[in-house]
Design a protein around this ligand. Structure first.
Ligand code: IDP
Ligand code: MG
Length: 139
């Protein structure tokens, strides 16, 4: 089943560098509707839980430290084919290889500090959205 929803975070690097507005503009211009939106900051435990699939990877410690160092903006987005279309809009993980005009190409700094998160499946989009938002925060 496809939900037509995905989940994103504007990561601490992009928030620090003043890119919240530009990134939200790219997202809505690409046809995504914002169903839920908040600025928040992950605790260490929350970041470890959110990224638990990566816990064996060598960059896990660095990732958790980065993701907790400052506020993020979390959002649930809706569009036909949301998960795949959003991955195209943000570009690949390494901004040096991200296609021209993608959010990571425009705003990311490095493989780790890559401006935005995008869910990789409908199932993870639902789990990640529920991690950050209660039902009464989704419209
Ligand atoms: P994705 O965000 O494009 O789906 P994943 O492989 O799921 O990429 O990795 C999750 C996050 O972990 C990345 O967005 C990035 O912030 C970080 N990351 C991935 N690979 C590396 C790395 O080799 N060094 C440092 N950080 C990394
Ligand atoms: Mg991923």
């Amino acid at each position: 089943m496809t939900t037509n929803r995905t989940f994103t975070m504007i990561k601490p690097d992009a928030v620090e560098n003043g890119h919240i507005g530009s990134i939200l503009e790219k997202i809505t211009s690409a046809g995504f509707k914002i169903l839920a939106l908040k600025k928040t900051q992950l605790t260490l435990n929350e970041a470890q839980a959110f990224y638990s699939v990566h816990c064996e990877r060598p960059f896990f410690g660095e990732l958790v430290k980065f993701m907790t160092r400052g506020p993020i903006v979390a959002a649930i987005l809706e569009k036909d084919n949301a998960v795949n279309d959003f991955r195209v809009l943000i570009g690949v993980t390494n901004p040096a290889e991200a296609a021209e005009g993608t959010i990571r190409n425009l705003y990311a700094i490095s493989m780790g500090e890559n401006a935005v998160h995008g869910s990789d499946s409908d199932e993870n989009a639902a789990t990640e959205g529920a991690f950050h938002f209660s039902q009464r925060e989704i419209f």
